[in-house]
Ligand binder design. Structure first.
Ligand code: NAD
Length: 286
């Protein structure tokens, strides 16, 4: 039985032996991690709403909704670390509340109760999405979310900060930019995060002996980064990809890659699009 008040040991995850849970493992980032990490991390427990059709032989899967707390409690048994990816992106607000706030809380809390030492969290650049584009962002600045999605990511970062102080759980919150196989638009010349660099970030976040409650910008080594690039050296992250190498590809797609930045804030269109109402007070027509 784990004592909540007991401080946990500051120690790297033993990749050969210790159990690492990945939530949202069927998604885009989860698929890159399960393929990219499997060789080194030998005890991955993968979970998502459904087991994907491309699940590889030998992969260990549990299908579960992160809104199902008893299922989460079972999944976390014996785990040393969790990589929490499950989430909704631009959904209706009720889904965001259920999955990105309550579900996230239950993932963290089930992990905490089960005694994990390390949590890696897929936060987002939308946690600082309202910062003006000319301002180099750093995790040292207060969060400045560009909407409820970003605010819930900042909430996750704060829960993990409190878990470090209360329980000694070490964590790394990754403020992921534009995760894609290749850059997709002008903004991603600054915000792209490649699959190889994402895998490296996840692995470094587990293998660092004592990251405290770290928040890092999660981008590739893009020439046009708009960040104060703090903590990458501390984490041991040395990104290998650069969106600039794909500028011609973007130009060939008819994207204006030479003009001023398209959006005045870091969060791009998220910072400009209207927020959805949480619920209609009364359905239209009644
Ligand atoms: N892709 C990006 O550019 C980007 C940028 C910033 C942050 N992120 C964050 O990274 C995480 C992963 O992103 P992704 O691009 O792989 O997204 P994705 O949509 O491809 O994957 C998310 C996964 O979460 C699962 N999921 C959703 N609701 C669930 C629930 N209730 N219970 C269990 N699983 C559930 C989905 O089935 C899906 O497989 C998300 O939390 C996202 O907010 C992504």
């Amino acid at each position: 039985m784990v004592q909540d008040s007991a401080k946990r040991e500051a120690r790297a995850i033993d990749a050969a032996r210790e159990k690492v849970v990945i939530t949202g493992a069927a998604g885009a980032i989860g698929s890159a991690l399960r393929q990219g990490m499997a060789e080194r991390f030998r005890n991955l427990l993968l979970t998502d709403l459904r087991v994907p059709a491309d699940a590889a032989a030998g992969e260990d899967w549990v299908a579960a909704d992160i809104a199902d707390r008893p299922a989460l409690d079972g999944i976390m048994q014996g785990a040393a670390a969790v990589i929490h990816l499950a989430g909704a992106a631009s959904s209706d607000l009720e889904t965001l509340w259920r999955v990105n706030a309550r579900g996230m809380f239950d993932v963290f809390e089930a992990a905490q109760v089960a005694g994990v030492r390390r949590i890696v969290f897929a936060s987002s650049n939308h946690a600082h999405g309202s910062q003006p584009i000319g301002f180099p962002v750093s995790p040292d600045h207060l969060a400045r979310p560009d909407g409820h999605y970003g605010a819930m990511k900042a909430y996750g970062e704060l829960i993990l900060r409190s878990y470090f102080d209360r329980y000694g759980i070490r964590s790394v919150s990754l403020r992921i930019g534009t995760y894609r196989p290749l850059p997709i638009d002008q903004r991603s010349l600054a915000t792209w995060l490649s699959p190889a660099d994402m895998v490296q970030l996840a692995e470094r976040s587990l293998l660092h002996a004592d990251p405290g409650a770290l928040v890092v910008n999660a981008y590739s080594n893009n020439t046009h980064l708009k960040v104060a690039r703090t903590y990458w050296d501390f984490l041991g992250y040395a990104p290998v990809d650069n969106a600039e190498e794909h500028r011609e590809m973007l130009r060939g797609m008819g994207i204006d890659v030479d003009g001023d930045w398209e959006y005045p804030e870091h969060g791009g269109n998220f910072a400009r699009d209207p927020e959805l109402p949480a619920r209609l007070i009364s359905p239209p027509g009644r």
